[in-house]
Design a protein around this ligand. Structure first.
Ligand code: AMP
Ligand code: GLY
Length: 406
């Protein structure tokens, strides 16, 4: 492969993890990010262009003579940033606005699933408990309300309606959840290691849903089999509609007693799943992204490390309701010295001092021979870090049997 100059779009923990992996690729010549974050700035050059600013990104990509743009978050994809770049002849890893609707509209995703014959939760026209209420559009993981009682349903309907736009009411599924990611070139899909995410804010899966409080990988399931059941039929359906999906197709699955069913699709890498999946990839991620972007994915299997990985999100005290800005952060170097990777998710530099700047502030990832081992190391590293109001779940990657039983 010829040398590659990459522009990475985004500023979260997912993008820092991608930057970390891409910066180690032999074929990488330069790594740029827009807008990036202080963690990414230690690996490449950050530019003050917003992730949703398609015109700004195109100007930057041209000025830097970029070979590949990798788009991290969903908002710029749903806004059509990949189309702006692709139409200008720049290779992009990330779907078109048409294909990104698989995440941008839950109603569209349901229709595609039905047409492709992929198992998913049933949709209801009338809301009665138990059920799940979802805002149709993007809601940063906060637009879904699982309602077991009438009181929860009343509150869920109110909260989901506050996002504006239509609602989806669906069957409440029970089981263990899995995040299955596939790299796609429009026609072909290759599986990445399976992971599990912890979406609720509180220990024991309590409290409101968040973007994700932590994750681990491997999750014991055959990702390749799931690609045949879920991702490949959806790719085929989208391609048939003239909207080939290029990028990461991430299926959130519920493993029910009746088999796996799709909860949602995302049109990009999961956050924080990426912080455990990507460091476990032994092979050439950059090569995969380039091949997918140019529609020539010939790889059928991605080499993966035997080591397990666990990541824990350190959040602002008020997350997910509120963010925190400007609070000094201490102890990252100590956490790194303990063997962890510390990915910046919501940080900023204020007069050379690292401070909070968001809801999820850092992701602490550690590795081990087993998930339990990686978990111990991740929590030991978390203890080295502090900022006022800092919170994290203490049960990431624990109680896996309990979760299955719920
Ligand atoms: P989504 O954004 O659709 O993945 O929903 C976020 C979270 O809400 C999921 O990870 C599940 O924990 C939960 N959820 C979504 N849909 C359902 C469903 N049909 N049944 C049970 N839980 C669900
Ligand atoms: N971790 C869930 C998401 O990325 O949507």
């Amino acid at each position: 492969m010829p040398p590659v100059k990459v522009l990475l779009v985004g500023s979260g923990g997912r993008e820092h993890a991608l930057a970390w992996k891409l910066s180690r690729a032999g074929d990488l010549t330069e790594l740029h990010a827009a807008p990036g974050n202080p963690g990414i700035a230690t690996l490449g050059s950050c530019h003050p262009v917003r992730a949703e600013d398609g015109e700004g990104l195109l100007t930057l990509a041209r000025a830097l003579d970029i070979d590949l743009v990798v788009v991290g978050p969903e908002a710029p994809l749903v806004a059509g940033v990949a189309d702006d770049l692709r139409h200008a002849g720049i290779a992009v890893f990330g779907p078109s606005v048409a294909a990104a609707r698989i995440e941008g509209s839950k109603r569209f995703a349901k229709e595609v699933l039905r047409a492709a014959g992929v198992p998913t939760a049933e949709t209801f026209s009338v809301a009665r408990p138990p059920c799940v209420v979802k805002a149709d559009g993007l809601a940063a993981g906060k637009g879904v309300f699982v309602c077991r009682t009438q009181a929860e349903l009343d509150a869920g309907l109110r909260a989901a309606s506050a996002f504006g736009g239509p609602l989806v009411i669906e069957e409440l599924l029970e089981g263990e959840e899995a995040s299955i990611h596939a790299i796609c070139d429009g026609r072909h899909a290759v599986a990445l290691p399976a992971a599990q995410d912890f979406k609720r804010v509180g220990d024991g899966d309590t409290g409101p849903n968040t973007g994700g409080m932590g994750a681990y990988s491997p999750f014991p399931i055959d990702a390749e089999e799931l690609l045949d059941l879920v991702h490949r039929p959806v790719l085929h359906e989208l391609a048939g509609r003239g909207m080939p999906f290029i990028g990461t197709l991430y299926a959130g699955l519920m493993l029910t007693d009746d088999g796996p069913k799709v909860l949602e699709f995302n049109c990009r890498f999961g956050d924080p799943e990426t912080q455990v999946i990507v460091p476990r990839i032994d092979g050439d991620l950059l090569g995969l992204l380039v091949a997918a972007a140019v529609g020539n994915l010939t790889t059928t299997e991605v080499p993966v490390s035997d080591e397990a990985a666990v990541t824990v999100a350190l959040t602002a005290g008020g997350y997910p309701a509120a963010n925190d800005v400007g609070t000094p952060i201490e102890g990252i170097a100590d956490a790194e010295a303990a063997g962890a990777l510390v990915f910046h998710a919501g940080t900023a530099l204020q007069e050379d001092r690292l401070v909070t700047n968001g809801g999820r502030i850092l992701n602490v990832t550690a590795f081990g021979e087993s998930v339990a081992d990686a978990r111990r190391r991740a929590y030991r590293a978390c203890e080295a870090i502090s900022f006022d109001g800092m919170r994290y779940r203490r049960d990431i990657a624990a109680d896996r049997g309990l979760r299955a039983a719920r």
